[in-house]
Each structure stands twice: as structure tokens, then as C-alpha cells.
Write a protein that binds this ligand. Structure first.
Ligand SMILES: [Ca+2]
Ligand SMILES: [Ca+2]
Length: 292
């Protein structure tokens, strides 16, 4: 009978510096309802826990008051019932004292359901629709030569990689520096009992945090500034969100109840009026009026 000799592997760890094992926390998530609450979101545990790091325990925090402690690496499901931006975190701690934390923002937005009275997403068009009224009150010269047409059009349609589509763009970066006063007045819409105006917005900036300010007006008489002024400011946004890369939350979702104008034919206006010395650019998209 042949004999077989087994040799144990020698342990070289006494002779070489072995870097400490690195535990890395990470996860991915997939929403089941397009991030409209209630939405059951599945979180996939992508933590890397080297064997030397001991046995891991995972601490999930969903940032809505719910937490979960588990030693299981299987995906976990969590239902978000409210809209909001939740900073979900996963901390992994191991039996030898290693730990790592990872977090990601899960942003849920209520989507209204009802009859759409008006909708403009600016896709498939190069210009603001001709039945809108644009008024360039400030008359200033955009600093960016690519926005030369704004010198007389107040708002233009451009592609935004952040929005992954076309948006209406108002400029507030002028040369010389100056505040903006640019109007974009929608065509007439006949409102229902409690119609709601919604839109997405974000200040586009390339260097630093330059938020924009704007106001919503509703004219019940004519598609012009005078008509808007009769009813005053309906909604005001000071310092619209900027991108996450410059400290903001990214695209904001706004909604305003127009029930004070129930049953009337109205002209809704967006007025960019970032004060001196100006901001950069404001993007508006998905302007919708819904009767829930
Ligand atoms: Ca769009
Ligand atoms: Ca202007």
C-alpha cells in the first residue's frame, strides 16, 4: 500500500506583515413601486467581509425610525410609507472588532393621481411652446454665450443630463453680474375644484452652490405680467435645490394647491428673480396641473 504523507502548510504570518483584513460595507437597492410611497424597497447586502475579519453582524437603519439587526447576508425588504429622502445606512461589525459603514439616499416622492389638465415635459421640442408668454424684464446679457438667445427670450429649452431630458432653463448668471427677472407664463388652463400644480426644479451650477429664487403667479385675467400682479405671489421658492455634487439634494419636487382659483381659467407663471449678483441657471421640468 502506498503511503501518502500530508504536509501542513507552513504559517508564514510571523515572518511577513499581513495587512489587517478590510471589511467594507455596501448595498444596492431596487424599488418595486417607482419610489412612490408606499414602496417596498429591496436592499441587497454587498458587504465584503474577509474570512479573517470574523463573523459579521449587520445593522440596517432606514432613517424612518425602523432599524434591523441581522447576521444574515440575504437581501432585506423595507416598505417606506411616506415621501421623503431617507439616508439609509448599513453598518457591519465583526466578531474581531472590524466595522464599516455605508449609506445611500432613498428618495420617495408622492405622485398625484387624477385628471391631467396640463402637462409639459419639454421633450421633443427646441423652443418654449409658442402659446406661452415669455417676458425678459431684466434684459441682461447671459454670461454663457451658449445662452445668447436668452437675451430676448427669457427662458429657453435645453437638454439637461441631470434631468436626463429637456427642461425649461432660466438664466441668472449675467455679465456684468446682475439679478434676474424672467417670466414664463403658461397658456390658459381651466381649473377644477382643488387642482394642484406640480413641477420639478433644480438650480444648475457648475462651480459652487449658487441657488436660484423664483416665484409662482396665477393670473385670472390675462396672459401677462399685469394679470399675474393682480393676484400676487402664490408660491415662493428661495434658494432652489442644487445638485448633490455641490451640497444640495438634487432635483426638487414641488406642488401647490390652486383651490383658491377653483373653476377659473388661469395663466400660471414662473418668474425667475434671483437677486443681484445672480445665481447660475434654474431648470424647470414636468410642469403639470392635476385635478385629483
Ligand atoms: Ca423634461
Ligand atoms: Ca433675462
Amino acid at each position: 500500500m502506498a503511503s501518502i504523507t500530508y504536509y501542513a502548510c507552513e504559517d508564514y504570518t510571523e515572518d511577513f506583515d499581513v495587512p489587517p483584513p478590510s471589511t467594507v460595507s455596501s448595498f444596492e437597492f431596487v424599488a418595486s413601486n417607482n419610489l412612490i410611497p408606499p414602496d417596498e424597497v429591496t436592499f441587497y447586502n454587498r458587504c465584503v467581509v474577509p474570512e479573517r475579519a470574523g463573523s459579521p453582524t449587520f445593522y440596517w437603519d432606514f432613517d424612518d425610525g425602523s432599524t434591523l439587526e441581522t447576521t444574515d447576508t440575504a437581501a432585506v425588504k423595507h416598505t417606506f410609507t411616506e415621501e421623503g429622502a431617507f439616508n439609509v445606512s448599513l453598518v457591519v461589525k465583526t466578531s474581531v472588532g472590524d466595522s464599516s459603514r455605508f449609506s445611500a439616499k432613498v428618495k420617495l416622492t408622492d405622485q398625484l393621481v387624477g385628471d391631467t389638465l396640463f402637462k409639459e415635459d419639454f421633450e421633443g421640442i427646441n423652443l418654449i411652446p409658442s402659446d406661452w408668454e415669455l417676458v425678459n424684464v431684466d434684459g441682461n446679457t447671459p454670461d454663457n454665450p451658449n445662452y445668447g438667445t436668452m437675451a430676448d427670450s427669457a427662458w429657453i429649452v435645453v437638454y439637461s443630463s441631470t434631468f436626463e431630458g429637456n427642461v425649461a432653463l432660466g438664466n441668472s448668471f449675467y455679465n456684468p453680474e446682475a439679478g434676474a427677472d424672467d417670466w414664463m407664463i403658461l397658456p390658459a388652463v381651466t381649473l377644477g375644484d382643488n387642482s394642484i400644480l406640480t413641477w420639478n426644479a433644480m438650480s444648475l451650477t457648475t462651480s459652487g452652490n449658487y441657488p436660484d429664487s423664483y416665484q409662482i403667479y396665477v393670473s385670472t385675467s390675462s396672459q401677462d405680467i399685469d394679470g399675474c400682479m393682480e393676484n400676487g405671489v402664490v408660491f415662493r421658492v428661495n434658494d432652489e435645490q442644487v445638485g448633490e455634487d455641490v451640497g444640495g439634494d438634487g432635483i426638487a419636487y414641488h406642488q401647490v394647491n390652486l383651490s383658491q382659483f377653483a373653476g377659473q381659467s388661469v395663466y400660471v407663471a414662473f418668474r425667475l428673480m434671483t437677486p443681484f449678483p445672480g445665481g447660475d441657471r434654474l431648470a424647470i421640468d414636468n410642469i403639470t396641473i392635476i385635478q385629483p
